[in-house]
Design a protein around this ligand. Structure first.
Ligand code: HEC
Length: 235
């Protein structure tokens, strides 16, 4: 009996000690799971920007310098931060206290262990060639690396291709390429631009469902000129 107790006591002590070591080191596999909190706003593929800049290649880089991302806050651009374990630790604990005025709407990761895990994951993911390593190494599914990239808007059926939009009263009357005109309450329709290569073809705006309820729609144009060309006021 005493012997069993002694053994389990040793086992318990051993686990406490291992736990302490794991906390300072961080576990990239667990970090990959916790990275789910970032996927909605960041891609890891270099150059793929969504709500936030791509995090690909950002390890060791100066903050606010990802090529092609034009929506940094002034505060981030002039923060003078270089991304490493220590700066990421402060940033992910409380983004707004590290960079007041940041556009990153994220309250932070309170738990020290989870933060250490995410940073261990980012150390691999944010380094050159990181995407291949994290996907092939089974740390995260491919989708996590790609971020929230919507399905391409090209080659949709004629029923989604917008030929003309008429605004009358509180409604949009949308005529699609199949010749059908459908009325929508103006508050349920968003007019959007998507200039990326995955967006609609130039001169071929599309109307797609948005949200779960089935009564919300987005009309997506390729550029601003199309908006004034395709949408006219008239009853
Ligand atoms: C709601 C969207 C959103 C979420 C969620 C989010 N971010 Fe961000 N992130 C942004 C935006 C926007 C910026 C640019 C901030 C600015 O310019 O002030 C940013 C900036 C960053 C930067 C600085 C990049 C650079 O180029 O200097 C890092 C690093 C970062 N985020 C990591 C993360 C991590 C890790 C997570 C998850 C734990 C996360 N973010 C969650 C939107 C988000």
């Amino acid at each position: 009996m005493t012997k069993v107790c002694t053994i389990s006591l040793v086992a318990a002590l051993c686990c406490v000690a291992t736990g302490a070591v794991a906390q300072s080191a961080g576990d990239p596999k667990r970090g990959g799971e916790a990275y789910r909190a970032c996927v909605g706003c960041h891609a890891l593929q270099p150059g793929v920007h969504t709500t936030g800049p791509s995090l690909g290649g950002v390890w060791g880089a100066k903050a606010g310098t990802a090529k092609g991302f034009v929506r940094y806050s002034k505060e981030m651009q002039f923060a003078g931060i270089t991304w490493d374990e220590d700066t990421l630790n402060a940033w992910l604990a409380d983004p707004r206290s590290m960079v007041p005025g940041t556009y990153m709407v994220f309250r932070g990761i309170e738990n020290d262990q989870t933060r250490a895990d995410v940073i261990a994951f980012l150390k691999i993911a944010m380094a050159p060639g990181g995407v291949t390593k994290i996907v092939e190494g089974g740390l995260v599914p491919q989708g996590y690396a790609e971020g929230q990239i919507p399905a391409p808007l090209k080659l949709l059926p004629p029923s989604t291709q917008v030929a003309h939009v008429r605004h009358c009263g509180d409604s949009f009357f949308v005529t699609t390429a199949d010749g059908i005109e459908t009325p929508y309450w103006e508050m349920n329709v968003r007019l959007k631009l998507d200039s990326r290569s995955t967006g609609p073809e130039a001169g071929k705006p599309v109307i797609v469902g948005a949200g779960m309820a089935g009564d919300r729609f987005s009309i997506i144009f390729f550029n601003l000129d199309e908006l004034s060309h395709f949408v006219t006021e008239g009853c």
